[in-house]
Every structure is written in C-alpha cells, then in structure tokens.
Design a protein around this ligand. Structure first.
Ligand code: ADP
Ligand code: ASP
Ligand code: MG
Length: 451
C-alpha cells in the first residue's frame, strides 16, 4: 500500500524535450506520485490537427513534412534518453500507424470525428512512452508501469468531446491499480475509449480533466497539475504584467475561472475533484519549489474580486420577435434550439421583444442553428466580441461594485453584462479590440489597488 495516493499531471510544456521530461520525472519522484499522467509533447497536438487539415486538403507533400517534424522531435527525445531498442520499435510502430491513418484521410480527403480522435491520440501515446523511459533512466530502482489510459477512461461515443462514464471508470481503476510506495503508474491524459473499443478524446486541453477523473476513481489524497507557470494568477500573465500569484482559491472560484476561459485549467477539471473533496495543487514543473496554488473547499481569505478571466472570439446573437410580447414558452423554445445543437450559452439578457445570448463564435458555423432560430424571429449577430469575467465573492451583495467597474472602464463600451446568477461572477461582453485594456484597467482597480 502507498502511504498517500497522489495523482500528478504534467502538461505539454513539461514534456517539451528530454530535459523537461527529466525535470518532471524528478518532481513526480519527489512527490511520490502514484499515477502520473502526461500530455502530448509541446505543440504536437497542434501539429496533428494540422496534419489532418493538410491531408483533407489533399496535400500529401505537406503531410510528409509534418510527419517528418513529428518523427524527428520524438526520436530526438528518444535518443537523448537511451537507446532501448524495444521502446524505439514501439515508437516506430506508432509513427507508421499514424502515417497510414494520415494516408487514409488524404485518400478520402475527409476525416470523421472517430478518425480524428485516433490521430490525435498519438501525441499522448508517444509522449507517455518516452516519459516512462525518462523516468526509468532517472530512477532505475522504481517500478514503472506504463498504463494505457484507454483501459481506464471509458467514455460515450461523442468523439472529440467524449463524456466519461464514471462508474465504469471507477470499476476499471479498482481492477487495474495496486499502489505501492516504490511503484509509479504512467499514463496519458486526454484520451479514452468507448465500450465498443474506439479511441476517444475529451476535448482540447482535456488532460487536466483526465487527471481529475483518475483522482476521483482512485479516491486520491491530492491531485497535482504541473504546468509552465507557478500556479494560478489573478489574470493571464500574458495579458497583464501586474498579474499576482494566488496561493489559495476555493473550488467555486477556480471553477468559474476555468469555465470562463482561464486556460490554466480545463473547464470541467474541478467537477470530479469537488465531488470527492480532493485538494488540487497547481504548480510549475520549471520551478518545482515555487509556492503554487492550492484549490480547496474552504479558504481563509475571500476577496471581493479574486481574478479576471477572458474568453475571446465570442458572438452575440439576438433573436427579435414581436411574438415575445406576453408569449409564454418563447424562451423555452429558444433554449431548446441551443440544446438540440449542443451549444452552451454563457450570458443571456432579455427585453420585451428580444433575447440576446453570447456563445463561442465557432458555434455560428452550425448553419442549422440560425435556421432553427429563425422559426422564432429575426436573427442577427455580432462577432469580434470578448467575454470578461470578474471572479470573486459576495459579488451580489457589495454596493458600489458596478459603479467602480464602469468608472474604471472609462470610455470602453460594454455591449452586454450579466450579473445576478452567482455570487462568484460578473460577466461583461466587450469588443475584442478593447479586451486587454479593459482587463488591465479592471485588474488595477479591483486587484492591485486592494492589496
Ligand atoms: P499545459 O500545457 O501545462 O496544460 P496550458 O498552456 O494549457 O498548459 O495552461 C497554462 C497557461 O495558462 C499559462 O502559460 C498561462 O499563459 C495561461 N493562463 C491563462 N490564465 C491564467 C491564469 N489566471 N493564471 C495562470 N496562467 C494562466
Ligand atoms: N494534448 C491535448 C491538447 O493539446 C490535451 C492537453 O494537453 O491537455 O489539447
Ligand atoms: Mg492545458
């Protein structure tokens, strides 16, 4: 039996090259992690997405170039770590399979979601093979067991954003894992398998979610997310130089951050952790000793505004109809349309004759959506919008918050705002070109000035 069950996930930047893999292995060993999940090597999933697109366009030369880059990157790591022929052969076999799949997409000039998941899975499958090798090299006395995540993460058939089947996952995990202090299981984030055996993925950035599912299934004591920044900051450090580290944050606040675009955590990561009350640590694999962030149920300090998150490329969709006047069921009909297209709506406002919602702009590509909505009224939309979320506590009961917010935004136009549904957030929709300035001004007012 292991003393404690720690599930640790290392993202793409922590798998960037052989040195990053060794650094990550050292952290996992120091933490005495029981299960280590890894993402694809840095940039590889993007390259696989590009490979599919290039094959669909019928450009085999372009595909060969991409396959060459992917091959070189992985063999470079392999050669630097060791020359274990068995691992070299497994890597070669995977790359051959990937090439065959790409050829299939090229010949058909189309890629089903099922085939897409199969192609994307190679990123995590190759990186975990190499990471297991790096781990063995650094810690030869450790028992390293490479586990195929598809044998544990059972999902439904919804390819590219598959939903996990929790009971089955728990059962598989109980059958598979036998934790011991000197043993580590290494596996992949992001991928799963349907009951009928086809490979699925949990959506881009989904390795965080996989880690939480593993943690939930094995009743872990701690879930660790190791990435390229030392924990969660008060806003994306790339947007705002004044971003401050957050050392402790509640599940509620961190979930809102993830939901509203803070890329550091996949939106659904915290759901499994919250269900089992598993504390989550977020830290940097580049600065393994830095303080990082703890996400847990109860936190000591509950500031009015803890953080700001942003989501770009939003659209504002308005359905306008005189029929809405006193029309019972109008809203229900509109939301049924969104739900039948599996589109989630973020902000909603209504007037006597219209309803406006904000959605991801990419959802507008569902041509049938607009057609179905037109059955209920005139549809118009504005793109180029960004959603800014202020996340904190007591947002509904703090007088003067809206005044301070609009004062600090100054001349920036707020196209839509949503306040009232949760004490933890206040959402604004602004023109994309104003988004960074708005975040900087709000950050200065509500976070920097309050510390
Ligand atoms: P990984 O590959 O490890 O999963 P990601 O790139 O998905 O890493 O997430 C880490 C990135 O999230 C950081 O490099 C940072 O730019 C971005 N990020 C966005 N919002 C925040 C925030 N509030 N705090 C910290 N990082 C953030
Ligand atoms: N490799 C996958 C992606 O880039 C999953 C992840 O990194 O979380 O989306
Ligand atoms: Mg990520």
């Amino acid at each position: 039996m292991a003393d404690q069950i720690i599930v640790s996930k290392f993202g793409g930047s922590s798998m960037a090259d052989e040195a990053a893999m060794e650094r990550s292995a050292k952290i996992a060993q120091r933490q005495n992690s029981s299960i280590v999940l890894v993402s694809a090597t840095y940039g590889t999933t993007d390259k696989l997405v590009e490979l599919i697109k290039t094959a669909e366009q019928g450009n085999w030369n372009g595909c060969e170039k991409l396959l060459f880059t992917i091959r070189e990157k992985h063999f470079d790591i392999f050669h630097k770590a060791s020359n274990n022929t068995d691992i070299g052969d497994q890597l070669k076999k995977m790359l051959r399979e990937l090439e065959t799949l790409a050829k299939g997409v090229f010949l058909l000039q189309e890629c089903s979601d099922k085939a897409r998941d199969q192609v994307l899975s190679f990123g995590e499958r190759m990186s975990s093979l190499l990471f297991a090798q790096a781990f063995k090299k650094s810690f030869p006395d450790k028992e390293v067991i490479l586990t195929d995540a598809r044998d544990i993460i059972v999902t439904d058939e919804q390819h590219t954003k598959a939903r996990p089947q929790l009971e089955l996952i728990e059962r598989k995990a109980h059958e598979h894992f036998d934790f011991k202090n000197n043993r580590v299981y290494i596996s992949q984030g992001f991928i799963g398998k349907t009951e009928s055996g086809s490979t699925t993925t949990l959506g881009r950035g989904g390795s965080d979610y996989s880690a939480a599912l593993f943690a939930q299934a094995v009743n872990a004591d701690v879930l660790e997310i190791w990435t390229d920044v030392a924990g969660i900051a008060s806003t994306d450090p790339r947007i705002c130089k004044g971003a401050r580290p957050i050392h402790e944050i509640s599940y509620d606040e961190a979930s809102e951050m993830a939901q509203y675009g803070a890329k550091i955590l996949h939106p659904t990561t915290l759901v499994p952790a919250m269900q089992k009350n598993i504390p989550v640590f977020v830290g940097s694999s580049y600065e393994g000793d830095a303080k990082g962030t703890w996400i847990k149920q109860k936190v000591e300090e509950k500031p009015l505004i803890r953080a700001l998150a942003t989501r770009s490329d939003q659209a504002l969709l308005t359905i306008r109809t005189p029929k809405m006047l006193n029309a019972v069921g109008f809203m229900g009909n509109i939301f049924n349309v969104f739900s039948s297209h599996q589109i989630s709506v973020d902000c909603v406002t209504t007037s006597e004759i219209s309803v406006s919602v904000s959605i991801d702009r990419s959802m507008m590509e569902h041509k049938a959506l607009v057609k179905d909505l037109e059955a209920f009224g005139e549809v118009s939309f504005e793109t180029g919008q960004a959603l800014i979320s202020l996340i904190g506590n007591k947002i509904l009961s703090t007088p003067g918050l809206a005044r301070d917010l609009f004062n600090s935004l100054g001349d920036i136009n707020v196209r839509m705002m949503c306040l009232g549904a949760s004490a933890h957030n206040f959402n604004l929709l602004v023109d994309e070109k104003d988004c960074n300035t708005a975040v900087q001004r709000l950050h200065e007012k509500f976070i920097e000035a309050c510390q």
